[in-house]
Design a binder for this molecule. Sequence first.
Ligand code: SF4
Ligand code: SF4
Length: 443
Amino acid sequence: MSQVEMTAREQAIQADFAKRMDETELLNCMQCGFCLPHCPTYLETGYQEAHSPRGRIALMKAVHDGLIAPDEEVKRSLDLCLGCRACEPVCPAGVNYGHMLEEARDIFEDHSIHSAGVKTVRKTVFEGLFPHQNRMEKAMSLVGFYQRSGLQHITRKIGFMKLFPESMQAMERAMPNVLPQKERKAHKRVYEAEQAPVATVAFFKGCLMDTMFYETNKNTIMLLQKAGCRIVVPDSQGCCGALHGHSGEKAKAQEMARKNIDAFEDSGADFIISNAGGCGAFLQDYSHLLSKDRDYAERAADFTAKMKDISQILVEVGFHERVPLKLASQRITYQDSCHLRNVMKTASAPRQLLQAIEGVELIEMEKADSCCGSAGIYNIIESEMSMQILDRKMEHTKATEATTVVTANPGCLLQMKLGIEREGLQQKMEAVHIVDLLAEAVQ
Ligand code: SF4
Ligand code: SF4
């Protein structure tokens, strides 16, 4: 029985916390506080414990034990978390914070009462759009049409975009030009290596990557071919489900994970490759997501074991040692994708690749390992905090005097483009995906 007064809804949430949250994980946190200086929201809120990893775990534990009500303050604390998981690698107790956060958000979502408008938006995004690649393609074609038809020019001229929040206005300006659908050709099922193959890899093409960043996907295949990989692109693959998993839509994320496991199982590939840090980390977490699924747990573990980021595989097969890479003399800096670094544990491979490009001087920015504030749709729903974090990131970026900011995730890429736009640095600085920079450097 609850030890504190709660509404019926809060009691139901509390009961789910008691049933579903992993108590061992909650108890693993020894409240040492090593994670605090690495948490962007703790720092940006002026050291508020409720907005730190330690504070959030304490709140989850207190709700689990029925000591506090899962009220709006608890929800606010969880909502403001970026899910960047910067708290995990520095934790001496190895606390799996990200898993707890996803479960807690899913519980809150199960009991949420959304307005009709929010319900419609969530249904459209989570059920109507992302799980269907053909609809994603149509949606992106509309964006492309908006950009090319002159509509974008008109809306900007008449100030229509001023009706939207400032962050969305800047995002609209920073968005890359989307290729017309006829130029975004369907991928072949198999691409042969340029030499005797050293590995067969299955390519996870992603939903946003294969529409808005189609050129990056084409370049990824080209780099893999040059690296001596035979590439299989399974047809029936779909969105990774990260957006769903991070937004309290666990059942939908599991459904998408099962679909991808089915799609990649018969590829015969040694590795599964992603070129988007956020997707790659979520794909690598399938073993956790489906750990209680009798039919899929083992298959999910096999899938997870094969996951690699494009940078990792390129370094492993010695691409940068065999293929000459050269660019016009320039200073670059690298912004880590949180999930690539903190979940996939990939930080040195992209740097090794960048250092192998002749003409490039790689300058580390201060706190390159700290979140840029993109975090899926966080920059839209928590715009104020996101922009605060981005502005801090841009201070560090500018201090490097780099002309190119390299990223390895579409969300980070858009966010850094937005940062450049907000600072009015478009003439001096550009943000690029590491794959596109390497493709340009291939001799
Ligand atoms: S570092 Fe780990 S154990 Fe220490 S407070 Fe943070 S989450 Fe808890
Ligand atoms: S995931 Fe990021 S924002 Fe959330 S508690 Fe951990 S470090 Fe802080």
